[in-house]
Write a protein that binds this ligand. Sequence first.
Ligand code: NAG
Ligand code: NAG
Ligand code: NAG
Ligand code: NAG
Ligand code: NAG
Ligand code: NAG
Length: 362
Amino acid sequence: MMSCLRPCFGRRFKRIVYFMLVFLCMVFVFMRIGTLGRGTNQKDRTTPRDLLQHREHILISSDNATTTILPAKDKSVIYIQEHIDRFTKLLITNRDICSEKQIDLIIYIQSHWINVERRRSLRETWIDNNLFTDVIIKHVFILGKPNNKPDQVKINNENLIHKDIIQGDFIESFQNITLKSIVALNWINKNCRQAKFVAKADDDVFVDVFKVVNTLLPSVQNKTRNIVCSVKENNTSPIVRDTKSKWYIPEYIFPNRTHLPRFCIGYFVLLTSDLVPELAHASQGAQYIPVDDVYLFGFLLQSLNQVGYIDIARNMTIDENFALDTFSKGKHSHLLAAHANKDDYIQKMWTEVLFAQNKDKP
Ligand SMILES: *[C@@H]1O[C@H](CO)[C@@H](O)[C@H](O)[C@H]1NC(C)=O
Ligand SMILES: *[C@@H]1O[C@H](CO)[C@@H](O)[C@H](O)[C@H]1NC(C)=O
Ligand SMILES: *[C@@H]1O[C@H](CO)[C@@H](O)[C@H](O)[C@H]1NC(C)=O
Ligand SMILES: *[C@@H]1O[C@H](CO)[C@@H](O)[C@H](O)[C@H]1NC(C)=O
Ligand SMILES: *[C@@H]1O[C@H](CO)[C@@H](O)[C@H](O)[C@H]1NC(C)=O
Ligand SMILES: *[C@@H]1O[C@H](CO)[C@@H](O)[C@H](O)[C@H]1NC(C)=O
């Protein structure tokens, strides 16, 4: 800062240097204003920050953006294909997970890198690869990256032991969650094409994998181009325009709409794998929507033809205690998946499901 204020008189070249410094100084000040203003919710002011961001937008878009005219305020979520390509480069690859010729189900879990304990719980319970002998199930965890080395080392070590982590080159945040979907999509498309089915879950979700294998998979085994999920029909879910929300969608996405087009609630989804290459293809050059299920199981999926939806809204719940109770009913449980946010609920539900499983045996 100080160097800008130092008087620079004299010869012509000195004057040029002076003007350059002043210019850089102004840019710096504008950027500071931009940084300080971030996170506040004053929507309708026009500041140098907005102008600057508009400029940045133009710069960002000059290499042929795929998006339309974008308001300056939402710069932080304007990802064009070039950014997406860069951020979804893999830091941890694990190309060999699907080395077998026949794979029935690949499950990908979107997980925050910090949730080591959740991943441990999942590996010990429903995601355990060795539960079935006649059905081959693989899993991967899809992670973003921490912003420091020691944490990255921890993730590397976790992966050395379990070899089930796929990590994209982006910092974890709500806005970046969609990058996880893209990482998963591309990874499966490249490395696990042979899987018959693909399932997605979040790391705070419990799935009755016995029910999936014994009931759900047989019921869809001859199907193609199908998705099994909790379907939210066109115009039934309000679009969240509150910048502070986890589900915030900027105004330039779905302009003039108050409610979302059809999509699937993303905490548990199962699809026939024939949709994967098409979704991966559709993602190329597609608008980035920072809410992953709206993007992948809504926006991209809607762009494909003749997809069948099988609605399992009734078989999913976010009510953990209700789920715990229901899972204990074994054969009489109608649930496939549930949120299990509280610490030991994954374990508790697992205990119920295992117990019921044995109880139901003839
Ligand atoms: C960039 O956009 C312009 C105008 O829309 C188009 O004519 C041109 O072909 C595009 N270039 C590339 C490399 O896509
Ligand atoms: C998303 O990831 C990119 C790439 O690492 C990073 O620059 C950006 O800050 C992240 N977004 C947020 C909101 O953290
Ligand atoms: C799937 O196809 C096989 C062979 O054609 C058939 O035996 C089986 O009953 C079908 N399953 C379902 C659920 O339709
Ligand atoms: C969804 O609703 C919008 C607006 O009400 C309508 O224009 C659109 O055609 C609908 N989409 C489908 C696929 O039905
Ligand atoms: C949204 O509505 C405005 C004003 O009614 C109109 O000018 C604009 O073209 C609409 N945009 C879209 C994408 O429909
Ligand atoms: C979903 O729940 C309904 C009852 O609400 C049940 O009839 C159906 O079999 C369940 N579906 C699966 C795949 O478990």
